[in-house]
Write a protein that binds this ligand. Sequence first.
Ligand SMILES: *Cc1c(COP(=O)(O)O)cnc(C)c1O
Length: 386
Amino acid sequence: MSETIPLCVPSIRGNELAYLRECIETNWVSYVGPFVGRFEQALAETVGARYAVATNSGTAALHVALTVAGVQPGDEVLVSDLTFIASANTIRYAGAWPVFTDVTPDTWEMDPQKVVDFIRHECVESGGRLINRTGERPVKAIMPVHILGHPADMDPILELARRYDLRVIEDATESIGAKYKGRMAGHLGDIGCFSFNGNKVITTGGGGALLTDDGAWARRAKHLTTQAKSDEIEYVHDEIGYNYRLTNLQAAFGLAQLECLGKNLEAKRAVATRYAEGLRDVPGLTLPMEAPWAFNTYWLYTVLVDETRFGMDSRALMRYLAERHIQTRPLWAPLHRQAPYRDCQAYRIGVTPRLYRDGLSLPCSVGLTEFDQQRVIEAIRSAALR
Ligand SMILES: *Cc1c(COP(=O)(O)O)cnc(C)c1O
């Protein structure tokens, strides 16, 4: 009974060891080696994109994606207020400024109507550019974040982007395998980014990738991740680049993980189904939804805890479960309230503070056993009865 049930840990059950052994036996362990290309190819095929560029983190992928899409210092990028802070940080790395937008109360994803309203009422078109009247900076891009495995409602966002010539950079770091109206998350906008951090659906230990159909962007992304080296032999560089590459070892691990993506997603959805059955009737708990147009991978299984009806708030439930060796975690504090972003514009935020207050993510590893999951369900039910 005392083994802690973790929130979300990797599942390593495929060809990882065999592929790593191949790296070691062939001496290709660093940035050069055949697995990098194989991993990129397999990723591109998975989402149906023309190109994938592997990076050493999802954060790096987002930074490079913004840069190749033409986001420049002084530009603005609309981003969801409810996400991991890396989304906004990468906008600042590119020298641009985030404008935080609200989420919908049901999906918890970027609210397209508020994005429409922001552009219609807060911006003006001038010289072919869209200018935010507050601060008079050009709005260049939208970064919808598909949080927790559920896609954002993309069509209204894409339509707006076409109308105003904005780039759409999807932060799909949490949602590989998710679908929007049958289309793959990460291949809906101009560029999509994935993360292969250890808590994501598949992992490379640490890593990421960007996906796009634009060959010139893909080539420049590869170039920027490789210190913008313009000659194979001579140390000649044509701009300021980064060392954002994934190693052959990590790509080998990632390829083996990617082979298990389908199985991992099935496991995630099975976990979600069992939680729905076990928790459906608990008063004061709101379970995550799947919009009619969505395929939710349930990367993290997050519930909302209504203090009055459940009998304790989300943080008290977190402590109650921790005492029973069950690890849970709140959602992210709204970005517009975080120290680095307090002075940035936040447009009509109404929903994210409540989700932050009430949200709690439950154990949902791919390898979570039915026995352990039952323990979680019973512990939550016992908390509700107190
Ligand atoms: C994980 C994550 C990232 C960053 O990915 P890393 O690989 O950890 O750099 C960015 N945005 C969101 C929403 C994430 O969950």
